[in-house]
Design a protein around this ligand. Structure first.
Ligand SMILES: Cc1ncc(COP(=O)(O)O)c(C=O)c1O
Length: 389
């Protein structure tokens, strides 16, 4: 059965070039990067080369890159590394749970957290941020691209406000790195998170950019790895893979692969909105990452659509979460004002470097019939013929 994987914001496949550079580090080059003999030196050199590649992707110094186990750890290191009881933190209601639940924990620890609302396009208003700042505000954590809608916040404007107020600024760039240029000097952030598996490196590797001079309390206690910012023997194959993926991500801005992804995304979005009734693009008027579109299909249960498309070989997702057996609508879509029904009727399509026009063709072939069938079953859907009666 032909299959189309269009859920790249969940995870991306490791690219063959990435796997090829990782493979020797599972065998031939097995040394511990902290060992002073030949084997250690070999892996240390590979690790530092990877750090350079990640630094190029983020336009920072190599010494400012701290390797972590992924985006979640990078977010947690940024937040718990800086904030202490009694501090105030500003974040937004549409952050990933890696930030939101870290902030919930901060509240339990005696910190105050302001969750900024978003407008109908899921954008934070920089004036709301200015108004939220207090004398004890320690950190602003606002994401660059949202994982569900792809919406890009005005991070440069937020960075400017943070700088003027002398408050640390962390941005979760897990869904923007490799999709839009990420330049820490332009953003004026102090901390920025990325994750390997969103850019075709393996799961379980990520990095935190830490601006020179930013003192972080480590999350783990142990050896003096990563300049005492992250204890634990390094995941060398993962780091080497992340370095290669960062190189390929950089190349994507000039070799046409990011542009190709944007074209495929637009084709999905335009065809659906032009040919299927009762649909709309969530955050369609906001700046967005070029690989993501989130579309509501009224009178449909998104989770039913995910299963029906999966049976036809097409992998997509909803932002819904299952809690205590009930499907909770996405916190991102409800925060931007969608009704619970419309949020539950929304589907995320997200593309990666491996996607082809055949994948898009398969989706667009399978989708109309699936939508029609699910709507036939819907108690709230009035078929067009009946509507005219
Ligand atoms: C915006 C965002 N932040 C953080 C994470 C967590 O990254 P990881 O899966 O590497 O822990 C994700 C993963 O979905 C994400 O989309």
């Amino acid at each position: 059965m032909p299959r189309a994987y269009l859920d790249n914001n969940a995870t991306t496949p490791v690219l063959p070039e990435v796997l090829a550079v990782m493979q020797p580090f599972f065998g031939e080059h097995f040394g511990n990067a902290s060992s002073s003999h030949h084997h250690g030196q070999e892996t240390r050199a590979a690790l530092e080369r990877a750090r350079e590649s990640v630094a190029v992707l983020l336009s920072c110094r190599a010494s400012e890159v701290v390797f972590t186990s992924g985006g979640t750890e990078a977010d947690n290191l940024a937040i718990f590394g800086l904030v202490k009881a009694g501090d105030h933190v500003v974040t937004s209601t549409i952050e990933h749970h890696a930030v939101l639940n870290a902030c919930k924990r901060l509240e339990e620890m005696g910190c105050e957290v302001t969750y900024l609302p978003v407008d109908g396009q899921a954008l934070v208003n920089p004036d709301d941020l200015k108004r939220a700042l207090r004398p004890n505000t320690k950190l602003i954590s606002i994401m660059m691209a949202n994982n569900e809608t792809g919406v890009l916040q005005s991070v440069a404007e937020i960075g400017k406000i943070a700088k003027e107020a002398d408050v640390y600024f962390h941005t979760d760039a897990v869904q923007s790195a490799g999709k839009v240029p990420v330049n820490v000097a332009d953003i004026q952030c102090d901390l920025l998170s990325i994750s390997g598996h969103k850019i075709h490196a393996p799961q379980g590797i990520g990095a935190l950019y830490v601006r020179k001079g930013t003192l972080l309390q480590p999350l783990f206690y142990g050896g003096r790895h990563e300049r005492s910012r992250r204890a634990g023997t390094e995941n060398v194959p993962g780091i080497v893979g992340l370095g290669k993926a960062a190189e390929l991500a950089m190349r994507g801005f000039t070799d046409g692969s990011v542009a190709k992804i944007a074209d495929l995304r637009d084709q999905i979005q335009n065809t659906i909105t032009e040919s299927i009734e009762l649909v709309g693009v969530n955050s369609g008027r906001a700046p967005r990452a070029p690989n993501t579109t989130n579309i509501y299909f009224d009178c449909i249960e998104g989770e039913a659509m995910v299963i029906a498309l999966d049976l036809k070989g097409v992998a997509v997702s909803t932002g819904a979460a299952c809690s205590s057996g009930a499907i909770e609508p996405s916190h991102v879509l409800t925060a931007m004002g969608l009704s619970a029904d419309r949020a539950r009727a929304s589907i995320r399509f997200s593309l990666g470097k491996q996607n082809t026009s055949e994948d898009v063709d398969l989706l667009l072939e399978m989708l109309p019939g699936t939508v029609a069938r699910l709507r036939e079953l819907s108690p709230v859907y009035n078929r067009p013929a009946e509507k005219t009666l």
